[in-house]
Design a protein. Sequence first.
Length: 294
Amino acid sequence: MLLVLVLGLAVGACVAAIVFALAPSPPPLRLALHQLHRHARLQEQGSDVGRPRPLAGLARNLGAARLLGPGLRSDLAITGRDETWLFSTTFLVGLLGLSLGPAILAVSAVSGIHVPWGIPLAISVVAGPTASLAQLISLRAEGARRREAFSFALSAYLDLVVVSMAAGRGVEGALSVAAETGSGSAFDALRSALDGARLKGIPPWDALDELGSELAVSELSGVAASIRLAGASGAKVRSSLAARAKALRARGLAEARAAAESETERMSVPVVLLVLGFIVLIGYPAVVQITTQL
């Protein structure tokens, strides 16, 4: 029964791969333009986006691009990676997981232990997708950490914008000067978005809104909406941005406090287990002596 189930899963995976390869779906035009602009930015920073990778080409030919949703694309964007990296690493990790079964067979053959071939086959079928899924989960976790760091950097950026506007600069000038002041991946993304807005001739808040949509950072989209609605009223823009910076800092501190409390509660479990083990270690001789005397 197990062998039939494993073979059925393998046949289904092969049929799905053939369908994806024969019927690829083109990406939306807006998404393609965003990817083209981001690839150019990564090439300027010295990334190896343009280098061909055989594993990524094979995964793309099998239709793996259709499995990428908006969440994974935003995670790739905020971590500074591209689809080629994701396809290469996920495919390679999956192949390593699939090779676990043949490795077990080889070790058993060398050691002289007879292992039914169905067990390594089942291990390979389970280990391959599990390893690929673990790679995707790691990407999602890193994307969440990058968004949290981006929110902290955004609060500092808004404070710099407020200070620049208080010094007499306009909205566009304050946004550019504040982006040039800071450092880090978040400020690099803000500078790139504002430079792209000047080259394309669009307002900077539209560029910030596009960046927030690309990176899935709702706070940045909210900042762009506030600046767009405020218009040319400098005082209202300053008060709105200052309030948003304060709210971002307060939320960041609350999340950090909640994470610290969660880690503290999680650390209490090993302590309780250690105390219980110590009690058992002390009381075991006495219990044995009492039971033997009865």
